[in-house]
Design a protein around this ligand. Structure first.
Ligand SMILES: [Zn+2]
Length: 445
């Protein structure tokens, strides 16, 4: 089965940018040729007048939050980051069951593909439905046709039994090797944040990472309550190039230097940081492995990049646009490492065919020199016309090919109603950041 994408302006590489007008031949899961004309035969997609770009990567998200849009809290509004967790997210995650996890994953996949996002790096939490949750998400994402990296969020906040179950879920998913049968998924080891992990639990996560060779995916320095997280991760022996940390706002200069020295990957979530009022990462100090994530605010990486750009400009009015396309390329490079596909994110012969056709008519000259400005300031999800993941056309003329959008919305609304009712009955979480082993043993519920 071959597919030819004809006559588009092809962004072969986001950073440093490389563009040419060419046809793209896809055979099986890969791009096999990029040339002015790639011959006859196969299924053909007319991309004349379109921009063809590598698929976007969402470097840190929580599909489980997809049904929370518009959900009433029913309690006093939170006044700080910890209260946002206690009153919203740590109530929502305890209200999840298998059916709502599946519905959330379907909505997350739909929103991502419609925005040209071909990979989700997901961080999942469902303390009352832990066992098998990663299988549900892997199946659902694979069914929708999106690539993913999955992890279960280990935490001590819901007590030692759930911490052990979370760790076991990561281990089970890795050892089941089900991700080899569903080749669009890869595992990481999820952990919530240093402030909700005892030394013993963090060490157990680190041990699993070392034993299995899979990296840790963890929030670090999102708020002042998580200061010192990088030092603790260093102490646990996981500070290396497989580690993915989200946020990295409250890190001191020594910790930032460690992030750079050990080539730690960082997911920058500008909209989430603004939404939670937690401050801004000092991006210039965090090295080259910074990618963009949404932290669960959908998967429109164009919107995320645009917001990140304006937030950065507010801070530093001479900040260029290019760091955003560099960050988008980093997302692909990170995922490529996990899939053993070093060409992921390139439109080159041999690369996995993960790409999007954008119906974008540039109102000003467009070339490699100003591509970043067009992508950051001119794009939005509605310009995404077709999406290919691992060689398969999964979005065609803005219609999903493998799943039915209206069915997803119908199912999601029904699941959301039930989830919201359970949420209403779930008390505000009483967990406070760990300051000592004693506070952990005193119990979290
Ligand atoms: Zn997060």
């Amino acid at each position: 089965m071959t597919l030819v994408i004809e006559g588009g302006l092809v962004v072969r590489r986001l950073f440093p940018p490389l563009m040419e007008r060419a046809d793209i031949l896809v055979a099986g899961t890969r791009i096999t040729a990029v040339a002015p004309r790639v011959g006859e035969g196969g299924k053909r997609i007319d991309a004349s007048g379109c921009l063809v770009v590598p698929g976007n990567v969402n470097g840190h998200t929580h599909a489980y939050s997809a049904l929370a849009r518009g959900m009433p809290l029913g309690v006093e509004p939170p006044r700080n980051f910890l209260e946002i967790l206690q009153r919203l997210w740590w109530r929502l995650d305890r209200a999840l069951d298998d059916a709502s996890i599946r519905a959330s994953a379907l909505v997350a996949a739909k929103d991502a593909l419609l925005a040209g996002t071909t990979t989700l790096i997901d961080h999942h939490s469902s303390p009352n439905a832990i066992d098998g949750s990663l299988d549900i998400i892997a199946e659902t994402f694979t069914h929708a046709g999106i690539r993913s990296v999955l992890a279960y969020e280990v935490s001590d906040r819901d007590g030692p039994a759930r911490a052990r179950a979370g760790l076991a879920e990561n281990e089970r998913f890795i050892r089941s090797r089900r991700w080899l049968r569903e080749p669009l998924s890869r595992p990481m080891i999820g952990a919530h944040a240093a402030f909700s992990l005892s030394d013993e639990t963090l060490q157990a996560c680190a041990g699993l990472a070392v034993e299995t060779g899979h990296g840790l995916h963890i929030h670090a320095g999102e708020d002042a309550i998580d200061a010192g997280a990088i030092r603790r991760l260093a102490g646990a022996g996981v500070l290396d190039n497989r580690l993915l940390i989200a946020h990295a706002i409250n890190v001191d200069a020594d910790e930032a230097a460690d992030i750079v020295e050990h080539r730690v990957a960082v997911a920058h979530n500008a909209r989430s940081n603004m939404n939670n009022g937690v401050g801004r990462a000092r991006l210039g100090e965090l090295g080259e492995r910074v990618m963009l994530g949404t932290d669960g605010i959908g998967s429109d990486m164009w919107a995320e990049a645009s917001a990140a750009y304006f937030r950065q400009r507010e801070e530093r009015v001479d900040a260029p646009t290019e760091w955003l396309t560099a960050a988008m390329a980093q997302g692909s490079a990170f995922v490529g490492g996990l899939f053993d596909e070093p060409q992921l994110g390139l439109i080159d012969p041999g690369a996995p065919a993960d790409l999007a056709v954008l119906d974008y008519s540039a109102p000003t000259p467009l070339d490699a020199g100003n591509l970043a400005a067009h992508l950051v300031l001119g794009m939005s999800a509605p310009v995404v016309r077709d999406v290919i993941v691992a060689g398969e056309l999964v979005l065609r003329d803005r219609r999903l090919m493998r799943v039915d959008e209206s069915e997803i919305d119908h199912l999601a609304r029904r699941q959301a109603r039930a989830l919201w009712a359970r949420f209403e009955d779930t008390p505000v979480h009483a967990f406070e950041p760990l300051t000592s082993r004693a506070s952990l043993l005193a119990g979290s519920r």
